[in-house]
Design a binder for this molecule. Structure first.
Ligand code: ADP
Ligand code: MG
Length: 277
C-alpha cells in the first residue's frame, strides 16, 4: 500500500492563489482589500494558526527508513514569527514542507487555520495551499523569462480567479512597491541582484495576504545586509496579519522572531519565547 506523501511534489515553481479576499461582489478586484496592512478578519489574540500533534514524516521502511521528523508537537500563534533552527539534516525543511502543504505526514495530525490538512489528498491539498500559504524559497524560484511584475502577476493569473489583466498588474505592482522594488518591476531576474530577486519572491508570496507564510532559508543565498532586509520584510508581514514560519541558519535573525524552535534529529529539542512571554 502506498504511503501518503510517497511522491511529494517538491518546490512547485509557481503556486496558485486564492483571490477571494480581493474580489468584490461583482468580481472586480479590490487591490486595497488585498494589500491593506490590516487583515480582512483580524485574528483573535492568542489563538493558534498551526497545531501539529505527533507529526512524523518517514521515507521507506525498516532498516531503510529515513526519518525526516518524528513526534513533533508544535503550536504557532496567529500573527507570530516563528524561526526554525537546527543543524543540517535535523528536519527543518521536512517540517516546513508539511506546514506549507507541499508534503504530507506519514502520521500525526496537522491543523492549519482550523483545517485538518494531514489527511487531505494531493489535489485537495494543492487547492488548500493555493488559498492559504505563501512560500519563499532559498533560491527564489522566479521564472527567468518573466519580469519581476510578471512573476508576481503570474501567481495571480494561475489562481484561476478570472481577474482582469490590469487589476492583476496593479496588485502585483503594489506588492513590489511594498517590498521596495517599485522601480524594478520591468527587470528580468537576471538583471536583479539576489536580494532583489528574493524581494520579488516575498512579493509573490504575500500578494494575496495568505494566513501563513513559510520561508525555507530565505536569506541563505544572500549577504548579511540583504538577508536582514528580507527577514525584516517577513517580520513586517506578520505584523500586518500573516503568520510566518521561517527556517534559518542565522541565529542573529532567529533572535528577532517571537519564538525559536530548535530541531535536532527530527525532533523539537527546545522552544525559546522572545521576551519570556
Ligand atoms: P534540514 O532542512 O534540517 O537540513 P531535512 O528536513 O531536509 O533537514 O532532512 C531531514 C532528514 O530527512 C535528513 O536525514 C534527510 O536526508 C531526510 N530526507 C529529507 N527528504 C527526504 C526524502 N525525500 N527522502 C528520504 N529522506 C529524506
Ligand atoms: Mg533544509
Amino acid at each position: 500500500m502506498p504511503e501518503p506523501g510517497d511522491n511529494p511534489t517538491s518546490d512547485p515553481p509557481v503556486r496558485s492563489m486564492s483571490w477571494d479576499a480581493g474580489l468584490s461582489h461583482d468580481g472586480v478586484m479590490n487591490t486595497t482589500a488585498l494589500l491593506t496592512p490590516e487583515p480582512a478578519a483580524p485574528p483573535a489574540a492568542g489563538t493558534s494558526l498551526i497545531d501539529a500533534r505527533d507529526l512524523t514524516r518517514i521515507w521507506g521502511k525498516g532498516n531503510a527508513a529515513q526519518v525526516g521528523i518524528t513526534g513533533v508537537d508544535l503550536s504557532v500563534q496567529r500573527g507570530d514569527v516563528v524561526a526554525v533552527i537546527g543543524p543540517s539534516g535535523s528536519g527543518k525543511s521536512t517540517l516546513g514542507a508539511l506546514l506549507a502543504g507541499i508534503d504530507r505526514p506519514t502520521s500525526g495530525s496537522l491543523v492549519v487555520g482550523g483545517t485538518r490538512i494531514d489527511q487531505m489528498k494531493q489535489d485537495q491539498l494543492a487547492g488548500w495551499r493555493g488559498a492559504n500559504v505563501g512560500i519563499v524559497f532559498q533560491d527564489f524560484h522566479l521564472l527567468p523569462t518573466l519580469t519581476a511584475v510578471e512573476n508576481v502577476e503570474l501567481a495571480i493569473e494561475l489562481s484561476g480567479s478570472g481577474i482582469g489583466r490590469r487589476a492583476r498588474r496593479n496588485a502585483a505592482g503594489e506588492a513590489l512597491h511594498r517590498v521596495g522594488l517599485g522601480g524594478l518591476a520591468r527587470k528580468l531576474p537576471a538583471q536583479m541582484s539576489g536580494g532583489e530577486q528574493q524581494r520579488v519572491g516575498v512579493a509573490r508570496a504575500m500578494v494575496t495576504q495568505p494566513p501563513l507564510i513559510v520561508a525555507d532559508e530565505p536569506t541563505g543565498a544572500l549577504d548579511q545586509a540583504n538577508g536582514h532586509a528580507v527577514f525584516e520584510l517577513l517580520v513586517g508581514l506578520a505584523r500586518s496579519g500573516s503568520t510566518v514560519v521561517v527556517i534559518t541558519h542565522d541565529l542573529a535573525l532567529a533572535g528577532a522572531a517571537d519564538r525559536t524552535v530548535s530541531m535536532i534529529d527530527g525532533r523539537i529539542a527546545d522552544v525559546t519565547v522572545r521576551g519570556g512571554a
